[in-house]
Design a protein around this ligand. Structure first.
Ligand SMILES: Nc1ncnc2c1ncn2[C@@H]1O[C@H](COP(=O)(O)OP(=O)(O)O)[C@@H](O)[C@H]1O
Ligand SMILES: [Mg+2]
Length: 323
């Protein structure tokens, strides 16, 4: 149970570095700053959308949120409890409340397992159901995600991409989790199938009341699903705003640049802002504001002082010296 009215999940100033070899010929390692001091809350039953260009650290953050990988620093607090260093049986128990849906429904399902065993794995592991009862539960679950009961006896390769993602969703919700990390869950699917899967995710959220940390590089998807949106750049959050506010009027120059590529909620086009240059390497993060090398608003101090994420308007946070 959540204690008090706190958020379901709090990530508190978390970091993740990956060591990489300097080069084939040179000894020593460098560090990829995949997640570089991020704090964010996910309220129970709500959807926090996490958006940013490829390589900015979204997947790494999502995996730390459900303790698939440990952070190098900072805290993960779930239901009011610090789970940062939880291990063994205790971690296993808490894991049943946190699930993940992966981007690629082809590689995330074990090709040698029948669908009923895939979706029922958690029931076995946690001693909830087996045998005829588990079979009955699997049928019900598969129907709930839009598959027929005879899917239970088949193998993943017998399904289309969209159907496989339905199986992945069934597996994720089998234990009625309170938090689901959805990591680019529709990015590998045809556009026509994307809407069906997004609608399914919305319907089961209404029914089960779980929270989503919804990762996507696609702003249209993020707009469709999110209550709150966190905009990430090179391992840090640039802006956190209610989705409606962000898409009406983004605050941070990076959000403004990203959103200039998608129409306003009413359909009107925005002033086009072209991001200059390439994303810097996450091994050599620019000093000061890490976005300053590409920012149309950058001043001298931006290359010297790193701005903190601060409340710029009620309920809206941005890390910029000039907003
Ligand atoms: N296991 C790993 N070893 C080394 N670098 C990694 C590893 N996983 C991710 N990275 C790097 O960390 C950064 C963030 O990656 P990721 O979280 O996958 O970003 P996103 O999901 O936003 O595309 C990238 O530069 C990526 O290359
Ligand atoms: Mg990713």
């Amino acid at each position: 149970m959540s204690r008090g009215d706190g958020p379901l999940l709090s990530l508190e100033n978390i970091y993740k570095f990956f060591p990489v070899r300097k080069s084939f010929f040179v000894a020593g390692t460098l560090r990829v700053h995949a997640v570089d001091g991020v704090s964010i809350d996910v309220p129970a039953g709500k959807t926090v959308g996490l958006v940013g260009e490829s390589g900015c650290g979204k997947t790494t953050l999502g995996r730390m949120a459900i303790r698939l990988i440990p952070p190098d620093a900072g805290r993960v607090v779930f239901e009011g409890r610090d789970i940062t260093t939880l291990a063994g049986e205790e971690l296993r128990r808490i894991r049943s409340k946190m699930q993940i849906i992966f981007q690629d429904p082809y590689s995330s399902l074990n090709p040698r397992m029948r669908v009923r065993d895939i979706v029922g794995e958690g029931w076995r592991v946690h001693g909830i159901a087996r045998g005829a009862e588990a079979r009955e539960m699997a049928w019900r679950l598969l129907r709930r995600v839009g598959l027929s009961a005879d899917a239970a006896d088949k193998y993943p390769h017998e399904f289309s991409g969209g159907q496989r993602q339905r199986i992945g969703i069934a597996r994720a919700i089998a234990l009625s989790p309170r938090l689901v990390v959805a990591d680019e869950p529709v990015s590998a699917l045809d556009v026509s199938v994307q809407a069906q899967i997004l609608n399914l995710l919305r319907d089961i959220q209404e029914e089960y009341g779980m929270a989503y940390l919804f990762v996507s590089h696609d702003l249209r998807v993020i707009r469709h699903v999110s209550d709150t949106v966190a905009v990430m750049y090179l391992g840090k959050l640039m802006e956190v705003s209610p989705a409606e506010d962000l898409f009406r009027e983004p605050i941070h120059p990076y959000s403004r640049s990203l959103l200039s590529a998608v129409p306003m909620p009413g359909g009107a086009l925005r002033e086009k802002i072209v991001l200059s240059g390439e994303i810097p390497s996450p091994i050599h993060i620019p000093p000061g504001c890490r976005f300053h090398t590409r920012c149309f608003m950058a001043q001298r101090m931006c290359g010297e002082v790193s701005p903190l994420l601060r409340e710029c308007a009620p309920g809206r946070y941005a890390a910029c010296h000039f907003v």
